[in-house]
Design a protein around this ligand. Structure first.
Ligand SMILES: *Cc1c(COP(=O)(O)O)cnc(C)c1O
Length: 396
């Protein structure tokens, strides 16, 4: 071979022993040994690698690991996962794959902002409408499904953000089954370590794996998890046509993050519990919203369907918006960032940040007070968090 041809040619793999760590496969396509093996791959595109939009060995391995976590101890042996480029693309792929013009989604307020926007502003353009209701009222949900046969999916989050209202997974799954309506849950707030919606009979789980599953804030990806080959074909088919595939780098980072998922979720929860207990005794704090506090209205339901109470909590500082801003700027443990679920503490003051352009009355009606602080409690030493917050509260 001449010099230029040598430059162009990809080298043969030098692998003699399998690597200890999952390999990243940054390749758009896969090379066939023969025409026959190409034909075989084209005929089995879900099982054989052809082209990375359809599937990639790194991405598929991580997707299966997440599916294994979501189906852990459930008895399901046909769990599958389809990883996507983001949490939002997991949600849109699920909807594109399962619903059509004329169908309706039943959901409740307080969904993730991006989800509300796609359901409210985008999907109606394609003939998919939304019906909002209170999903904690099972009788109302049954009544709506009986009255409106166009409702084809119940979609929700539990616990909700930032109010931490919980919805009974088993109750909604049972109603969905009775009415032959699909049920889907965004489990990003919990991760499968804390909550496994499939175990309760929910049909599909979606995640922004950007959050707790990755846990280190260094990638954007999502996943749809379900059981059964037919459903996998539906979702995988939509993913490859819409082109919402995950890239192997972000899948790989998610896998690295997940190695400590159980340890992290346990620690996030223990820290949030200690911080919540401390803050609920504090003179400068009006109220604390954390599922692990025994007087929380959803404590009993959360204890039934969640393994730990999670790392998300809110508290209301006394003194309104100005005190809220001063507290945020004074404390030094939490990063002010519009995300959650990382190893380090992340904080938001909705009144001055995410919800600043929303009418005060509407914001208050949604339970987002002037001094409300949302904390994604990290896994730092909790004593540092407590001391830092205490000092900042006194100074604010
Ligand atoms: C962040 C988030 C999303 C969107 O995920 P991206 O990865 O940012 O697209 C969806 N649902 C919930 C609950 C989230 O927190």
């Amino acid at each position: 071979m001449r010099l230029n041809s040598l430059c162009v040619k990809d080298p043969k793999s030098a692998e003699t022993t399998p690597p200890h760590q999952l390999a990243i496969h940054p390749t758009s396509s896969f090379a066939f040994e023969s025409v026959e093996s190409a034909v075989h791959a084209f005929e089995n595109p879900m099982d054989k690698h052809l082209y990375s939009r359809f599937g990639n060995p790194t991405v598929d391995a991580v997707a299966q690991k997440i599916a294994d976590l979501e189906t852990y101890d459930t008895g399901f042996e046909d769990g599958w996962g389809v990883m996507t480029s983001s949490g939002m693309s997991a949600i849109s792929t699920l909807i594109f794959g399962t619903l059509k013009k004329g169908d309706k989604i039943l959901s409740q307020a307080n969904l993730y902002g991006g989800t509300t926007e796609i359901i409210q502003n985008f999907l109606p353009r394609y003939g998919i409408d939304i019906v909002w209701t209170d999903l904690t009222d099972s009788d109302k949900v049954s009544e709506l499904l009986t009255k409106d046969a166009q409702i084809k999916m119940i979609y929700f989050e539990t616990p909700s953000n930032p109010a931490l209202d919980c919805i009974d997974l088993s109750a909604i799954a049972a109603i969905g089954r009775t009415h032959k309506v699909l049920t889907a849950v965004d489990n990003s707030f919990c991760s499968p370590v804390i909550q496994q919606p499939l175990k309760h009979g929910i049909d599909y789980v979606v995640h922004s794996t950007t959050k707790y599953l990755n846990g280190h804030g260094n990638g954007i990806s999502g996943i749809i998890v379900g059981t059964g080959l037919d459903r996998k074909k539906t979702i995988w088919g939509a993913m490859k046509m819409v082109g919402t595939n995950c890239n192997p780098w972000d899948a790989w980072l998610t896998n690295t993050g997940m190695k400590t998922l159980e340890l992290r979720m346990r620690e996030h929860s223990a820290n949030a519990q200690a911080l919540a207990e401390f803050l609920s005794q504090h003179d400068q704090v009006e109220s604390v919203n954390y599922l692990g506090l025994t007087d929380h209205p959803y404590h009993t339901l959360a204890a039934r369907q969640m393994r730990y109470f999670g790392g998300m909590m809110c508290f209301e500082v006394k003194g309104g918006v100005e005190t809220g801003i001063r507290f945020m700027n004074t404390q030094t443990m939490g990063t002010l960032a519009p995300t959650m679920g990382d190893v380090d503490t992340l904080m938001m003051h909705p009144a001055s940040m995410s919800h600043r352009s929303i009418d005060r009355e509407i914001r208050l009606a949604h339970g987002i007070g002037d001094g409300l602080i949302r904390v994604s409690v990290g896994i730092e030493d909790v004593q540092d968090l407590i001391e830092n917050f205490d000092k900042a509260l006194i100074q604010s």
